[in-house]
Design a binder for this molecule. Structure first.
Ligand code: COA
Length: 321
C-alpha cells in the first residue's frame, strides 16, 4: 500500500492588519477583553476584490516551491473552504486553472473550521487506494466576508488566510491516521443565518456567522478531549510520544485545554491565534507551515493536528513529518 507524506508546506496572509485597538473603534469591546477571553491580538483581512482563491494560490505556490514540484506533478487538488469565490465552479477548480494543473480531480470540502483536517482525511484515502501520487491540499478562507462587523460576539474572533501542503506517495506513512466526526444535531451552535437555497433573512446582504460562543467552547473542549484519546488509541501511542500539537487556532484557552489533556507543555504546542485570529479551515495548515519554516517541527517528528467547527464537526490527523 502507498501512503501520503508531507513533502512541502506554505501559507499566505493578506496585507491588511486589524488590531484589537481598531476593533475598539468599531464595536463595544476592549483589547483586554479580547486578549483575556481568546488570546487574539491581531488578524489579517483581505481588501475588497481579493478572494479566497487569491490567498490559496499564494499559499500553494509556496508549498509547491518548498516541495520542489511543478504543476504537472500534481494529480489531485482539494481545497477546504467555507468562503468559496463562487457558488461554482469550486475554488479547487479555479485554483487548478491559476496554477496550470490539468486533468486530475479537483474539489472543495466544506467542514468549516475542521475543513483542512477533513481534506487531509480524504486525500489520505486517495493515497491508500493508489489513486493519487502527489496532491495539493489547501485550507483557505475569507471569513471576513461573512462576518457581521457590528456583532462584537463574533467579529473579534475571525481573520483571513490560506495554508497549503503538498502530499507525496511514500512506502511508509506520513499520515498515520485521520479521524473525522460530525453531529448535525448541534448545527445551531455555529451557523450562518440563511444561504443560497434558504435565502437570506430580511435586510441581510449575506449569510452572516452566528455563534453560541459559550456552548461552542464547551463542545470543543469535550470533542477534542475525546479525539485525543481516539487518535492515541488507534495508533497504540502514549501521550509522551507526541512531539507537537498543531491545533485549530480558535481560542488560546481551548488550545490550552487540549494541551493539558495531552500532558504537553505549551512550548510543544504551535500557537498562532494571537497573530492570525481564527482563520477557519486555513488555521491548521498555516500553523503547521509557520512551525516548519521556523525550524521547530523537524523531519521525523510526530504531530497531532486537530480541529473543530460548525456542523458540529471535529477531527484529527496523526502525522509523522
Ligand atoms: N467584547 C466585550 N464583551 C463581550 C464581547 C466582546 N467582543 N463579546 C461578548 N461579550 C460579553 C457578553 O455580552 C457577555 O456579557 P454579559 O455577561 O453582560 O452578558 C460577557 O462578555 C461574557 O460572554 P460569554 O459569551 O459568556 O464569554 P466567554 O467567556 O464564553 O467568551 C468567547 C466568549 C466567544 C470568547 C468564547 O465563548 C469562545 O471562544 N467560544 C468558542 C468560540 C469558537 O471557538 N468559535 C469558533 C469555532 S471554530
Amino acid at each position: 500500500m502507498s501512503y501520503a507524506r508531507i513533502q512541502g508546506t506554505g501559507h499566505h496572509l493578506p496585507k491588511r492588519v486589524l488590531t484589537n485597538a481598531d476593533l475598539e473603534k468599531m464595536v463595544d469591546t476592549s483589547d483586554q477583553w479580547i486578549r483575556e477571553r481568546t488570546g487574539i491580538s491581531t488578524r489579517y483581512l483581505v481588501e475588497d476584490g481579493e478572494t479566497t482563491c487569491d490567498l490559496a494560490e499564494q499559499a500553494s505556490r509556496k508549498a509547491m516551491q518548498a516541495a520542489g514540484v511543478g504543476a504537472d506533478d500534481i494529480d489531485l487538488v482539494i481545497v477546504a473552504t467555507t468562503t468559496p469565490d463562487r457558488v461554482f465552479p469550486s475554488t479547487a477548480c479555479l485554483l487548478q486553472k491559476r496554477l496550470g494543473i490539468h486533468g486530475g480531480p479537483a474539489f472543495d470540502i466544506q467542514a468549516v473550521c475542521t475543513g483542512f483536517v477533513y481534506a487531509l482525511g480524504v486525500a489520505d484515502k486517495f493515497f491508500r487506494a493508489g489513486s493519487s501520487r502527489r496532491a495539493l491540499v489547501v485550507g483557505a478562507e475569507t471569513l471576513s466576508k461573512i462576518i457581521d462587523w457590528t456583532d462584537r460576539t463574533t467579529c473579534v474572533l475571525f481573520g483571513d488566510g490560506a495554508g497549503a501542503v503538498v502530499l507525496e506517495a511514500s512506502d511508509t506513512p506520513g499520515l498515520l491516521s485521520t479521524h473525522l466526526h460530525a453531529d448535525g444535531d448541534f448545527e445551531h451552535l455555529l451557523t450562518t443565518r440563511g444561504g443560497v437555497s434558504e435565502g437570506l433573512p430580511d435586510g441581510a446582504d449575506t449569510a452572516y456567522v452566528h455563534m453560541k460562543g459559550n456552548e461552542v467552547f464547551k463542545m470543543a473542549v469535550k470533542t477534542l478531549g475525546r479525539i485525543v484519546d481516539e487518535t492515541l488509541e488507534a495508533n497504540g501511542l502514549e501521550k509522551s510520544q507526541i512531539d507537537w500539537l498543531v491545533p485549530h487556532q480558535a481560542n488560546y484557552r481551548i488550545i490550552e485545554a487540549t494541551a493539558r489533556k495531552l500532558g504537553l507543555p505549551m512550548e510543544r504546542v504551535v500557537v498562532t491565534v494571537a497573530e492570525h485570529g481564527n482563520t477557519s479551515a486555513a488555521s491548521v495548515p498555516m500553523a503547521l507551515d509557520v512551525a516548519i519554516r521556523d525550524g521547530r517541527i523537524q523531519r521525523g517528528d510526530t504531530l497531532l493536528l486537530e480541529a473543530f467547527g460548525g456542523g458540529f464537526t471535529w477531527g484529527s490527523a496523526l502525522v509523522r513529518y
